[in-house]
Design a protein around this ligand. Structure first.
Ligand code: AMP
Length: 249
């Protein structure tokens, strides 16, 4: 393979408790720690491993988001991506728009493989990879838990109900990552320093010539109901008695 493209999204850090905006219009990100979406980190790791095995020549990371998303692109380069591209916008981007924007980059870059996260943990959409494959009319393998390349064919193992399914795909193809695909590496200080010198190309979203109008209307966002505190019971019969009293059994 000559090139792997890896779209990565910046999201609220998974260890931070989300705070809903006072007007209920969304999650408040101001002053919050933002990080690379965990499934995207797995996607970068997988692409870099394929390159390290000599199965790919170049890994390009791409993000659609605000100027701050340069931080996650630098992280991707510290993990081993060769260069990065930011399509800069401050607007929220829906999966279909993300897929269309990634398609414009695919048309410019001609990668053999696009590896995305299976979902971004902010909106939990799980749509962009599938939509991108449909727009490109490329084969897709979602929820990958193992990826191998053999004589120009991609073999992807997927966790499905009751076992594993292995697909063979001709390239070019789209793959989305599941949690067990790999464990992303930590970036060493020398690699963080090296990543600062790698190329990061920034394109304003307006230059992509796409209609960015929202098709989804978010009616409201509410924090989850606070959980009731639990009670420790002394033994199983007390537990069963409590469950009966609550009408659960
Ligand atoms: P989603 O369909 O929103 O759950 O996102 C699935 C995957 O699509 C993510 O893990 C990323 O690989 C990619 N993706 C979604 N939104 C963006 C974005 N704004 N920039 C780059 N990649 C994205």
């Amino acid at each position: 393979m000559k090139k792997i493209l890896v779209p990565i999204k910046m999201v609220l850090d998974a260890n931070v408790r989300p705070r809903v905006k006072a007007d209920g219009s969304g999650v408040d990100l101001s002053g919050m720690k933002l990080s690379i979406n965990p499934f995207c980190e797995i996607a970068i790791e997988e692409a870099v491993r394929l390159k390290e095995k000599g199965l790919a020549e170049e890994v390009v990371a791409i993000s659609i988001g605000p100027a701050k998303a340069q931080d996650i692109l630098r992280q991707a380069m510290a993990m081993g991506a060769d260069r990065a591209r930011l399509i800069e916008t401050d607007r929220p981007i829906e999966p279909l728009t993300a897929a269309k924007l990634i398609r414009t980059v695919v048309e410019e870059e001609n990668p053999d493989l696009v590896i995305l996260g299976k979902q971004a943990v902010d909106d939990d959409c799980n749509q962009t990879g599938q939509m991108l494959a449909a727009l490109l009319d490329w084969p897709q393998a979602t929820f990958a838990s193992a990826v191998a390349v053999d004589a120009g064919t991609l073999h992807v193992t997927r966790e499905v109900d009751g076992g594993h399914q292995t697909l063979a795909l001709p390239l070019p193809a789209v793959v989305t990552t599941d949690l067990r695909l790999n464990e992303p590496r930590h970036c060493s200080l020398p690699n963080i320093m090296k990543a600062r010198k790698k190329a990061l190309d920034i394109t304003p979203v307006a230059n992509c010539g796409l209609d960015l109008a929202a098709r989804l209307n978010v009616l409201g966002v509410k924090p989850p109901e606070p959980r009731k505190t639990g009670r420790r019971v002394a033994n199983v019969s007390e537990l069963v008695g409590d469950l009966r009293a609550a009408g659960v059994i």
